[in-house]
Design a protein around this ligand. Structure first.
Ligand SMILES: [Zn+2]
Length: 232
C-alpha cells in the first residue's frame, strides 16, 4: 500500500465517521439538522437592551454600559448556545456569526461613526479547547457588517478561583490592555452576558487606556429578573 492508498483510506474513514455521528438540533435535539427552523428563529429577532439584567455592570464608575443582546439565555436558546460553546459544534459557527452580524445591522443607527469592534478576550485555555476564539469570531462578523475594523487590544489576565465570593471572583478575573487603541469609540462583543462582570472589566480596561466604550453586543443575555414576580 502506498501513501496515496493510505490517504484514500483516511478520507474514507472520515466520511464513514461523519455518517455514523448523528447530527441533531442543538436546541431541541430533533434529528438531521444542526439547528432546526424553530430553534433558529429567535436568533433573528430584533436585538434588545439587556443591561438591566446584569448586576455587575453597575460596578462601572459611570452610567452602566448599553448592552444589545440577540437572545435570552434560557430554554432552547440557552441549550443551543451551550452546545455551540462547549459541545464544540463548529458547524454552528457560520450561523451564530450571521446572527451577530444581523443584530449589528439592526442597531447600526444607534452607534457612532468611526467605530472599532473589540472582542472580550477569551481565556487561552477555552480557545485551545474549542479550537476557535468565539468572541473574536463574532466580533469579526459584526465588524464586517458595520464596515468597522476588528481590533483585539485586550487579553484575559489573572484566574478565577473557586470558593470565593462573587466579588472576589470578579476581582480575580481580570482583563488587561495589550496595546492602546486611541480615542476611537469601541463596540465590545462577547458571546454571552450573565452578570456583566467580564464586560465591565473590559470596558474599565479600555476606558482606562483612553478608548471610550459606547456599547456592547452579545448573542445571549440573562433575562432580567423582575422583582416581585416571584416574591423577590
Ligand atoms: Zn430545534
Amino acid at each position: 500500500m502506498d501513501l496515496a492508498d493510505l490517504a484514500n483510506l483516511a478520507a474514507l474513514a472520515r466520511d464513514a465517521a461523519r455518517l455514523l455521528v448523528p447530527v441533531s438540533c442543538a436546541g431541541c435535539g430533533v434529528d438531521d439538522v444542526p439547528l432546526c427552523e424553530s430553534c433558529s428563529a429567535p436568533w433573528w429577532d430584533e436585538p434588545f437592551r439587556a443591561e438591566e439584567g446584569a448586576g455587575r455592570l453597575a460596578v462601572l464608575e459611570r452610567v452602566p454600559l448599553a448592552v444589545w443582546a440577540v437572545s435570552r439565555l434560557e430554554g432552547a436558546e440557552q441549550r443551543a448556545i451551550g452546545v455551540w460553546k462547549d459541545g464544540r459544534k463548529r458547524d454552528l459557527d457560520p450561523f451564530f456569526g450571521a446572527a451577530a452580524a444581523r443584530a449589528a445591522a439592526a442597531v447600526r443607527e444607534h452607534l457612532p461613526p468611526n467605530l472599532v469592534v473589540v472582542p472580550v478576550p477569551s481565556k487561552p485555555r477555552s480557545v485551545r479547547k474549542r479550537g476557535v476564539d468565539l468572541s473574536a469570531l463574532l466580533a469579526r462578523a459584526v465588524g464586517r457588517e458595520l464596515d468597522a475594523p476588528m481590533e483585539a487590544p485586550l487579553r484575559a489576565a489573572g484566574t478565577t478561583s473557586k470558593g470565593r465570593s462573587s466579588v472576589g471572583r470578579w476581582d480575580a478575573a481580570g482583563v488587561a490592555v495589550k496595546r492602546r487603541l486611541g480615542p476611537r469609540p469601541v463596540l465590545l462583543v462577547d458571546d454571552v452576558m450573565t452578570t456583566g462582570a467580564t464586560l465591565a472589566r473590559a470596558a474599565d480596561a479600555l476606558e482606562g487606556a483612553g478608548s471610550p466604550v459606547v456599547a456592547a453586543m452579545v448573542l445571549a443575555a440573562t433575562p432580567r429578573r423582575d422583582v416581585g414576580a416571584n416574591g423577590g
